[in-house]
Design a protein around this ligand. Structure first.
Ligand code: 5AD
Ligand code: SF4
Length: 416
């Protein structure tokens, strides 16, 4: 979501006559698009800001803008503490970047924006075959650990017409894949629901693949499962954050489901769409998590066998209910549990990937591989990365590839 917001800010700046540069010494403007989902991201930002301060000494006309969720939550305090910052923009106000640049005085834009879903901002996308498209903003779920509802505001869905127009244009521009973005895409509701939207977008000629993130387990309906099964352009992959395998912790997290509910959804998904790839998010070391709760998460991973997970140590965030909860765990316990989770999942992912060996997969080729410049790289419909040797003319196309080798985080293939 943040990376997509950065593309929008770049789009706005391009219209204002700016161009991107990789060299910060040459920049007239540096925009930090910050994330505050966990503390680590905040620390990274603070050290980068320190570096930018020195650039201002050699280039006094350099402007510094801080956008994103840290700006939203700490903007006012930040302006006092770091007088080198020129503009502060919360995630609901990135369109104000244009106005901000036209003023000489420091500006702060952090108010709630009830019109955020109607804004069609220009987007500077990187050259690729795959594009992100926002379908909704904000979140109303208030999971007890999560800062998003406080920084991105209330849940608001974009009108389907605007989304359709954007996807249609992307197809005309040669994009072949869209990933629909929202904090909780299955609760999308404008003039239609999420299933209606998928059916509508499935009609756009030229778009070969439709993905979506993130789905909330509580709102995953049978009709969405049927869509994944029946709509040819909708990929067989779902990211369905579990967070914990313990019902007690899920309740404290305010997730709105039990492990039993969750696993029933998984069973249904796998029954209807046997080839579906399922990935998840896990938080280790939530306040008061016992060894037994942690074991419930490990057991859940072993039972479900996800295709991949993103796992994080619990990070206390300002303003969230979990910050005040009893039983905060020491860092070493949290990281030890996290490593255990990651180790077990590594083994599961490798074993699952082994099943692909010898199979033929449809790959949408994104370009040259990041790890080996002699190879091309693309993804399966289930979102697995495949590297393989082929000439550059394959870039941007769908090709059939035989999987010949399995690595921990990717597959190696042979074009056929
Ligand atoms: N601490 C650790 N992980 C968190 N996430 C969200 N908030 C926190 C937090 N305070 C994780 C959740 C979510 C993912 C995007 O980030 O797992 O699904
Ligand atoms: Fe945060 Fe929960 Fe909303 Fe996801 S669903 S953004 S974890 S509050």
């Amino acid at each position: 979501m943040n990376m997509y917001d950065s593309e929008k800010m770049a789009g706005i700046l391009l219209e204002e006559g700016y161009a991107l540069t990789d060299e910060s010494q040459k920049a007239d403007l540096i925009v930090f698009n910050t994330c505050s989902i966990r503390q680590k991201a905040e620390q990274k930002f603070k050290s980068e800001l320190g570096r930018a301060k020195y650039l201002k000494k050699t280039n006094p006309s350099l402007k510094i803008a801080v956008a994103g969720c840290i700006a939203q939550q700490q903007g006012r305090a930040m302006l006092k503490k770091y007088p080198n910052i020129d503009y502060v923009l919360g995630p609901q106000n990135i369109h104000k970047l244009k106005d901000a640049l036209k003023t000489d005085i420091t500006k702060i834009f952090v108010e709630e924006n009830p019109e955020v879903q109607y804004m069609d901002l220009p987007v500077l996308r990187k050259e690729s075959v795959a594009a992100w498209v926002s379908i909704m903003y904000g979140c109303d779920n208030f999971c007890s650990y999560c800062i998003v509802p406080y920084t991105r505001g209330r849940e608001r869905s974009r009108p389907s017409k605007n989304i359709y127009t954007e996807v249609y244009r992307l197809a005309s521009d040669g994009f072949k894949e869209v990933t629909l973005l929202g904090q909780n895409v299955n609760s999308y509701r404008s003039d239609m629901d999420f299933v209606g939207l998928l059916k509508l977008l499935n009609t756009v000629e030229g778009i070969e693949r439709i993905r979506f993130v993130t789905s909330h387990p509580r709102d995953l309906s049978d009709s969405l499962i049927t869509c994944i099964k029946e709509l040819p352009r909708v990929c067989e992959h779902i990211h369905l954050p579990l967070q914990s395998g313990s019902d007690r912790i899920l309740k404290l997290m305010n997730r709105g489901y039990t492990f039993d509910h969750y696993i029933k959804k998984i069973e249904r998904l796998r029954k209807e769409v046997p080839e579906i790839a399922i990935t998840t998010d896990i938080i280790s070391g939530f306040p008061s998590e016992t060894e037994a709760d942690h074991k419930a998460t490990i057991d859940a991973l072993k039972t479900i066998e996800f295709d991949g997970i993103f796992a994080f140590s619990f990070s206390p965030r300002p303003g969230t209910p979990a910050l005040e909860m009893e039983g905060r765990l020491p860092d070493d316990v949290k990281s030890q549990r996290l490593y255990e989770i990651l180790d077990i999942q590594d083994e599961i992912t490798t074993n699952k990937n082994m099943k692909f060996k010898g199979t033929i997969q449809e790959i949408l080729v994104e370009g040259v591989s990041k790890t080996d410049s002699d190879k091309l790289s693309g993804r399966t419909r289930g979102n697995k990365i495949v590297n393989f040797r082929a000439d550059n003319s394959c870039a941007g196309r769908l090709v059939s590839v035989e999987i010949v080798k399995v690595m921990r985080h990717s597959l190696e293939g042979k074009a056929i």
